[in-house]
Write a protein that binds this ligand. Sequence first.
Ligand SMILES: NC(=O)c1ccc[n+]([C@@H]2O[C@H](COP(=O)([O-])OP(=O)(O)OC[C@H]3O[C@@H](n4cnc5c(N)ncnc54)[C@H](OP(=O)(O)O)[C@@H]3O)[C@@H](O)[C@H]2O)c1
Ligand SMILES: CC(C)CCC[C@@H](C)[C@H]1CC[C@H]2C3=C(CC[C@]12C)[C@@]1(C)CC[C@H](O)C(C)(C)[C@@H]1CC3
Length: 611
Amino acid sequence: MPTVKYQRGDMVMGRWPGSSLYYEVKVLHFDAKSQLYTVIYKDGTELELKEQDIKSAAGFQSRPRSRSRSRSPGRRRSRSRSPARTTRPSCTAAAVAAAAITESTPPSRSDAKLKDSFEVRLIPPEQTKASENNGNKKHEKKEDNEPANKVNEKSEPEKNQSRYNLRRRKDDGDGKAEVKAEQLEEKEAKMAAAAAPPSVSLDFGGKLGAYFWLLFLPAWVLFLVLKVNQEDPSLANFPPPWPPLESFWDAKALGFVVLWILFQVLLYILPVGKLSEGMPLRSGERLKYRTNGFFAMVVSCVAVAAAVQQGADLTYIHSHFLQLAVSSFLISVLLSSYLYLRSGRAAAEQLALGGSSGNVAYDFFKGRELNPRIKYFDLKFFCEMRPGLIGWCLINFALALTEMKRQGLEAPSHAMILVNLFQLLYVADGLWNEEAILTTMDLMHDGFGFMLAFGDLVWVPFTYTLQAYYLVSRPTPLSPPALAAIVTLKLVGFYIFRKSNSEKNAFRRNPSDPQLSHLKTIPTATGRSLLVSGWWGVVRHPNYLGDLLMALAWSLPCGFSHLLPWYYMIYFIILLVHRDSRDMSECRRKYGSAWDEYCRTVRYRIIPRVY
Ligand SMILES: NC(=O)c1ccc[n+]([C@@H]2O[C@H](COP(=O)([O-])OP(=O)(O)OC[C@H]3O[C@@H](n4cnc5c(N)ncnc54)[C@H](OP(=O)(O)O)[C@@H]3O)[C@@H](O)[C@H]2O)c1
Ligand SMILES: CC(C)CCC[C@@H](C)[C@H]1CC[C@H]2C3=C(CC[C@]12C)[C@@]1(C)CC[C@H](O)C(C)(C)[C@@H]1CC3
């Protein structure tokens, strides 16, 4: 009987599949049949390795510091995309392997051939025999909704096994793999030497697209603002009259916008409300956020009511809509320029993935830094949740007052009340559940640049209010059944939106939450699981479905005479379909075959049986 070279508990050096790099691992188990060692890396990742991929720790010398700095698994990733690399500067070995799965799939890159030689699969900690081992507790604790996983394991044991059992399938030990690994490393070294920016696929049409969006988005807002001011805003009545140049600018309007933002800053920094933790960053750190948005909204409402009581004329907002929008635009450009400049000094792990294309326009547009902060003041979180969002409600309210004044009404029309209440509920709910934003794409993955700064400060307050603006001078009577139907639609949409967002948020925050234990999950190589039943088992984005139903309920009160109040609905469909596809690529990259498995199980993206 052959002797086993390494014993359980031995600390040895294990080769990372697809590279010639070795990391310290602990031997957990040897399977005599497959002749494979199950080993555990320091971060809890378990792999099965052949004996030839293991070396004794004695005599192993760590590389000189300068070399290992640029070629540690984390850092190397920003240079090239070999199977052993991660897209993240300081991620775990598990994430490295997760990326390996994903990246071995697309053969688009020139090193695809090399990648093919190292097809790797991971063992989720739950499925290995290593449960005997204490060192493995890390993953289990991290994200193991145990009962759910058990259901999943029972139903699809073979699939899971084939997905996660990591071994190099095409390496038959004839030495070719070793040669290829060396070639791969050489190639990596060349790429590093060239110091080229990482080649990530750029969304939004890439570099050219960025120029387009930088010009198109402000032009589009201007077009909408001019259009909604036309007496007959029909498409045939094109183009809207161009106002005199001096009417674009009003110092007082700029003053009001600045005051509003400063007022929101003040409310944000007050030591009132909960301090919530964001999701773990690549560095493992969790940022803290003051989630007092609802408080800020209530105080803002009181302040506005007091101002109106004191004789402030909110119809100014309607009559100076263009100037207010232009002022906000200037602030968003200044903010984006500041964000771009400061991102040059940011450390690599503070940058969003794909945020550093090397192209000024693209990086300015998309934003490079993930969580730009001035001390504890989080610029992205603040802009996304405060001035624009609460400003949206303020503008809607001002438009309701303008409607009353213009049409000589004692109260706003039913349509205006519906639009105001629906959107107020949307914003209030977002602020009440402010913590949930910390698990959304924007906060977790997107850099903060022009797109979001402009989106938060201009797009939201000056285009999401178009329905209310439209109604100011276009009375739209609603029959009681129509009214009831619209309210029902809004409530159904809201229910789906809120429940699904809360379910995901609760699961991400505490996967072992007993209230979620009935849900089935798919384990992934990163240690996180994916919900595969409950709301997230109906479609892949149930929250988008709810949001779209609500959007429909916002447009319906405006009737069908013009396309303009339906603009939000059309834009929103495009935005969410695009977001869904961006999220799909991001999740496929993160979760590899586990994501494909999820997509096979949950076939529809947003609308069951339709899309
Ligand atoms: N009104 C507007 O203008 C507007 C615009 C955009 C979005 N929204 C709303 O904002 C909310 C957030 O949207 P979002 O685009 O950020 O997307 P989201 O659906 O909140 O977040 C997507 C992320 O959820 C996680 N996830 C996906 N499937 C999962 C599953 N099966 N189990 C567990 N986690 C899963 C993934 O991240 P991890 O796995 O990394 O956690 C994925 O990247 C939505 O309700 C949306 O409707 C509103
Ligand atoms: C074309 C571009 C200018 C697109 C700009 C997109 C942004 C305006 C949106 C991206 C994510 C959105 C978002 C909300 C508002 C609009 C965005 C910032 C949100 C804060 C609205 C309230 C919700 O309750 C929410 C918190 C779920 C939501 C989060 C995402």
